[in-house]
Design a protein around this ligand. Structure first.
Ligand SMILES: *Cc1c(COP(=O)(O)O)cnc(C)c1O
Length: 496
């Protein structure tokens, strides 16, 4: 290689790596990227442009990935067209759809640091202080849950992975205890629980009928009578209950299963209790902490900081009451974490994780707590819960809408109902589906949809403290207009 080479590929090799020579370049380019994003965030009129997959695919497919632009600024400009312009912006007050929170800046600063240092959390020799920081945050979360000193846990990529790991630990635990074949193992979860539990059961080689749905009460909380019956039923059939999954914040309703009763039933039956608090974990730092009473009896808990701690994706953890159960995912590799590293007390997080190379996501939460503190996060979450309560009252009084359960957290499930009779259920379903689609296509707001008892409903998930009641009222007007449009309803002029 000669220094005079004009080959652009040679040039790129030396200039694109983050190293001592290129620190200034890194500073400028990341600064430029921040400028681009800040401009977008600062000027977005809408949460979404309403583009379609077909329209966008044309632009993205047209990019020749084998013809690099050679220059990050040019690539960033291009990104404006293929991604940034049409992205969905969760910070916008009229993004009301899924469990995506606006993110706090200290966490984003953490993201910038962790991706640049690029520590890998599997072993001490790839992370050093990162490992100790993650461990402190696991311990901090465990203490908030109310676990004792024997608790432990690990950061994960999300609630799906946390639930999978929890079910893996429960499976190993119950097999060790009972020797039961996989086909006899059962998981009990409420009918409002998250589908990732079923996915986990499949991945763990349990039978297709392994997850038994336990009925919910009118408030969409697991019925403990039904739970006891389900446990008894399993026993009578010679099945082994591997775990009960209680949900603290169901995805659709934000309902919180009766944790103290479920804990007592699990203790009595000697069954692993997992609490899926992917959504409700924000209560750990809120003035509504009491809503999670009983969570301390769990064997394992899923928390998604990227749902209700205002953290960027990914930030999640599985926390276990007894550190010892994590041995079920401990494997030693000569090249990575040989068994003698344990004796030497070298902290290797890979011993506790189902991942190997893993991001230092804990840093985001660390900088958040060090900057704002836990109470500030709790206040943000409390604010959206308050807003949801007000929005429920608004919806309940609105004759255009039927609204379901009064929220414990921050979701609202509702549907448009025509002012006059004569429409079939199917037509009303279609009108609601149409309204959601038309709204997204207009880019004015983004809302979610779901099905309850076979009927199509719309859903607001409020996680943005900047969303006002006026925003919600305006979006309800827009939805009603689209639904009326679809049904061909004529607007009866309001009497003065
Ligand atoms: C979102 C959610 C999950 C899945 O978490 P991801 O982070 O999306 O993988 C699991 N359980 C509940 C109750 C959830 O709301």
């Amino acid at each position: 290689m000669t220094a005079t080479s004009a080959d652009p590929r040679q040039l790129s090799l030396t200039t694109h790596l983050l190293n001592e020579q290129n620190a200034q370049r890194y500073r400028e380019l990341v600064g430029a990227a921040v400028e681009v994003v800040a401009d977008r965030i600062g000027t977005n009129q809408r949460p979404f442009t309403g583009t379609t997959p077909q329209q966008l695919a044309k632009e993205i497919d047209a990019i020749d990935l084998d013809a690099p632009l050679g220059d990050t600024s040019a690539a960033l400009d291009e990104l404006g067209e293929v991604y940034l312009r049409d992205a969905v912006y969760f910070d916008h007050p009229r993004y009301l759809a899924h469990l995506n929170c606006p993110i706090v800046i200290p966490a984003l600063v953490g993201e910038t640091v962790l991706s640049a240092i690029n520590s890998s959390m599997d072993t001490w020799d790839q992370s050093a202080g990162g490992t100790l920081i993650e461990r402190r945050l696991v311990d901090w979360t465990a203490a908030r849950i109310g676990f004792g000193l024997s608790a432990d846990g690990v950061f994960t990529s999300g609630g799906t992975q946390s639930n999978l790991q929890a079910m893996l630990l429960a499976r190993q635990h119950v097999q060790e205890e009972t020797g039961a074949e996989l086909s006899r193992l059962r998981i009990l979860a409420s009918s409002c629980g998250h589908f990732s539990v079923t996915k986990a059961a499949t991945m763990l080689g349990l039978g297709t009928d392994a997850v038994i749905e336990v009925a919910c009460d009118a408030d969409k909380r697991m019925s403990t009578v039904a739970l006891q019956e389900a446990i008894d039923g399993c026993r009578a059939r010679g099945e082994v209950v591997m775990a009960v999954v209680a949900t603290a914040g169901t995805t659709d309703f934000g309902s919180i299963d009766p944790l103290p009763r479920i804990g007592a039933i699990c203790a009595e039956a000697g069954v692993w209790m997992h609490v899926d608090a992917a959504y409700g974990c924000g209560l750990l730092v809120s003035r509504r902490r009491h809503l999670l009473a009983g969570i301390e009896a769990a064997d394992s808990v899923t928390v998604d900081y990227h749902k209700s701690f205002f953290q960027p994706v990914s930030a999640s953890a599985l926390i276990v009451r007894e550190a010892d159960v994590l041995r079920h995912v401990t494997y030693h590799a000569d090249y990575l974490n040989p068994a003698h590293t344990r004796a030497e007390q070298i902290p290797n997080q890979v011993d506790k994780s189902i991942q190997t190379t893993r991001r230092f996501d804990a840093l985001k939460l660390w900088l958040t707590l060090r900057t704002m503190g836990a109470d500030a996060i709790g206040q943000l979450f409390d604010e959206v819960i308050d807003r949801a309560a007000d929005a429920w009252t608004l919806l309940d009084a609105d004759r255009r809408y039927e609204v379901l359960v009064r929220p414990r957290l921050s979701t609202l499930v509702f549907r448009y109902l025509p002012a006059t009779g004569g429409y079939t259920d199917a037509e009303i379903d279609l009108a609601n589906r149409h309204a959601r689609k038309a709204l997204a296509a207009s880019g004015e707001a983004v809302v979610a949809g779901t099905v309850v008892d076979g009927r199509h409903y719309l859903k607001f998930t409020l996680l943005n403290p900047a969303t006002t009641l006026d925003d919600i009222a305006d979006v309800l007007d827009l939805i009603a207009a689209h639904a009326r449009d679809y049904l061909g309803e004529t607007l009866v002029p309001a009497a003065c």
